[in-house]
Design a protein around this ligand. Structure first.
Ligand code: COA
Length: 333
């Protein structure tokens, strides 16, 4: 049997730090409100002319490949998760592939929102287990600062999101001891409009964006924060339990939980549900906000850098997001 193993992790966050206090120049909000409701202190915003979605992903990927001791040329496939691509089409995976000089290699763009990285990891894992590919680059990258409404009208959404990118290199291994054990994916389209952006949608009478579409708020993120919160706490716990049960394990076996960084209160709820200590859960939302598909690989790469992941550890990745989607992965490091 062939399995897949993560052999390199990398991340890139733009240098521009935007604090909660900075946000008050555009909207009525406060550091106290944001910290109390979300745990976020600051986030990063990309620099126009320097960063793009694909360039940030390429930087994260270069670091992940360096740490794996590999050059881009040996990668067989790129699986790239984002909801904020550089172009409407083709996807940013093409642009990153070009930047890394990997012409000819297949790229897969996926858009499963905050669960995007775990979906991408699962896809790469299946390719490797089936024997089709031996090395995969799995990426999550987002520039959210351009589409959030930074006026008071958009503050419930705007304060949450940030920009950044993370990447993981997966390689084939025969080892039963160090590998991705399993991945678990879910979606429920009944809640699509509880967290969504309508435009630029194709099911419209006109080709061009009209003033009405803009005025109606079609390009703004619509979020039913309460519904998202309630579903998230339920699905996070459920999908972690599912992964553990599939492997004959219990919450007590988890060494490190890396949850999607949606809200510190959601992470805290899940931590308590699982009976884990604070040291066993990775939280960096305080510094980066919610970076959607990039949040798990950034958190994972930081945890690795900080020496929080040791050989043989049982890692659990878990995500919940728009769609709704939810997903988990269990990894024996
Ligand atoms: N600053 C100050 N006040 C704000 C604000 C902000 N940034 N955003 C909203 N408010 C106000 C509201 O206008 C409302 O005022 P009112 O009582 O006068 O009407 C009040 O704060 C409470 O708003 P509400 O939306 O009920 O707050 P909440 O306690 O539900 O917290 C979220 C809002 C968004 C933080 C919370 O719902 C949440 O975290 N949901 C999950 C979101 C998430 O994780 N999304 C990503 C999924 S991957």
């Amino acid at each position: 049997m062939t399995y897949s193993r993560i052999t390199g992790l990398g991340y890139y966050v733009p240098e521009n730090v935007v604090t909660n206090q900075d946000l008050t120049q555009w909207m009525e909000t406060s550091d106290e409100w944001i910290q109390e409701r979300t745990g976020i202190r600051e986030r990063r915003y990309f620099t126009y002319g320097k960063d793009t979605n694909a360039s940030m992903a390429a930087a994260a990927s270069r670091q992940a490949l360096d740490r794996a001791g590999l050059s881009p040329g040996v990668v067989d496939v790129i699986v790239y998760a984002t909801i904020t691509p550089d172009y409407f089409f083709p996807g940013s995976a093409f642009l990153m592939q070009r930047e890394l000089g990997m012409e000819g290699k297949p790229v897969i763009d996926i858009r499963e929102q905050c669960s995007g990285f775990v979906y991408a990891l699962s896809i790469a894992d299946q390719f490797i287990k089936s024997g089709m590919y031996r090395t995969a680059l799995v990426v999550g990258s987002e520039i959210q600062s351009t589409w959030i409404d930074k006026s008071t009208a958009g503050r419930n959404v705007a304060v949450i999101f940030g920009d950044g990118a993370g990447a993981a290199v997966l390689q084939a291994t025969p080892s039963l001891d160090h590998r991705i054990l399993s991945t678990h994916l879910h979606a429920d389209g009944r809640y699509a409009e509880d967290l969504y952006v309508r435009e630029p949608g194709s099911s419209r009478p006109n080709r061009a964006a009209t003033k009405e579409m803009v005025d109606e708020g079609g390009f703004d993120v619509v979020m039913n924060g309460n519904a998202v919160f309630k579903h998230a706490v339920l699905r996070f716990s459920e999908v972690i339990e599912e992964a553990l049960a599939a492997n004959g394990l219990t919450p007590g076996d988890i060494d490190l939980l890396v949850p999607h960084q949606a809200n510190i209160r959601i992470s805290e709820y899940v931590r308590q549900q699982m009976g884990l200590s604070e040291q066993q859960v990775v939280n960096n939302i305080q510094r980066y906000g919610n970076t959607t598909a990039a949040s798990i690989p950034i958190a994972l790469a930081e945890a690795w850098e900080q020496g929080r992941i040791k050989e043989g550890d049982l890692l659990c990745l878990a995500a919940f997001g728009s769609g709704f989607t939810w997903a988990s992965a269990l990894i024996r490091w």
